[in-house]
Design a protein around this ligand. Structure first.
Ligand SMILES: NC(=O)c1ccc[n+]([C@@H]2O[C@H](COP(=O)([O-])OP(=O)(O)OC[C@H]3O[C@@H](n4cnc5c(N)ncnc54)[C@H](OP(=O)(O)O)[C@@H]3O)[C@@H](O)[C@H]2O)c1
Length: 296
């Protein structure tokens, strides 16, 4: 079985490649640099070097593949975030059509059912619609919760300012998930040949968590049980993000997303059950965060 993996050097893609190689698949690992793909090549993946917005490039590793893992990569510093995402999405769709790729598992997000007011997730709403428009493509859209890994940058803020700071309201529960659990679900779906048509599946993590609860769990593990979560005003948060390298357009979308989370609009449509819950608890991830915190 030949499976093409976009974003192969990234959080979900790397784990998917490893899992598929273990299962005996031929893996076409896509990335922009041979050097970053080298560890996967050493494990037996085929490195395919090219840009994810180059339709002519993408069509080659899609051609002849049994399935592909699709994701829309993003840069923090892109001037017009939504326009750039649209270009990448259109290139992907053009390549899928040209190559006649038969089956795809596409990463999306909870909140992607909303056409607006959901910040950067808006681009995933349009992307899903474009993918659904490809006739004959068996398509599984994975709508994942917020990645646990979003808390990694918080370690620097904890060290410098003794708090976790963000724009979301402290006590609103949100589906949060380890990226490795998304990878496991995606790999299983890529290897399975018994599904057809188009479907959406939510991946909600082990349980919903609020920013305040996540902060308490992290604090307990780094020896700061009183670690506070501080909700920043939107203007101030946008300024902090700009200082951290976000473009103005992405910073504005981020605070829009924070507002949507605070309003409870980024949530499961299906309701949580065994089929959309995943095993890794935030506590286990926080142990890894604590190790990172101590080692830095
Ligand atoms: N973070 C969340 O909470 C969340 C929640 C739900 C869904 N999502 C979705 O998850 C997807 C990201 O998945 P991921 O975390 O597995 O990916 P990732 O690790 O962020 O990135 C995947 C790969 O994309 C490439 N890349 C990075 N910046 C790029 C740029 N500016 N232009 C082109 N390529 C670039 C890099 O590979 P090379 O350098 O090797 O090319 C990177 O390894 C996005 O579509 C996002 O919307 C995120």
């Amino acid at each position: 079985m030949i499976i093409t993996v976009m974003g192969a050097t990234g959080q979900t893609g790397h784990v998917i490649c490893t899992r598929l190689l273990h299962a005996g698949a031929t893996v076409r690992a896509l990335g922009r640099s041979e050097e970053k793909l080298a560890p996967l090549a050493a494990l037996g993946a085929e490195p395919w070097v090219g840009a994810p917005d180059d339709a002519a490039f993408l069509a080659r590793p899609f051609a002849g593949a049994d399935a592909a893992y699709l994701l829309l990569p993003y840069g923090l510093d892109v001037d017009d975030y939504l326009a750039r995402q649209r270009e990448q999405s259109e290139a992907m769709v053009e390549a899928i059509r040209a190559s006649r790729l038969p089956r795809a598992v596409a990463l999306s997000s909870v909140g992607a059912e909303l056409a607006s007011g959901n910040g950067p997730i808006r681009s995933l709403h349009s992307h899903e619609a474009r993918l659904r428009g490809i006739e004959g493509l068996d398509l599984l859209i994975l709508r994942a919760g917020a990645f646990f890994e979003n808390f990694v940058p918080a370690l620097g803020v904890i060290r410098e300012h003794g708090m976790v700071a963000d724009a979301m309201a402290p006590d609103v529960d949100l589906p949060m998930i380890a990226s490795r659990d998304i990878a496991e679900a995606a790999a299983q779906a890529l290897l399975a040949t018994d599904w057809h048509g188009q479907r959406v599946r939510e991946l909600l993590g082990q349980r919903d968590l609020s920013y305040a609860e996540a902060t308490r769990i992290i604090g307990a593990r780094i020896g700061q049980p009183e670690l506070p979560y501080v909700q920043m005003p939107q203007e101030e948060m946008a300024g902090i993000l700009a200082g951290a390298g976000f473009s103005a357009s992405l910073a504005a979308l981020y605070v829009e997303l924070a507002q949507a989370i605070s309003d409870g609009r980024i949530r499961s449509l299906e309701g949580r059950d065994a089929s959309n819950s995943t095993p890794t608890a935030f506590e286990a991830f926080a142990d890894e965060l604590a190790a990172l915190y101590r080692s830095a």
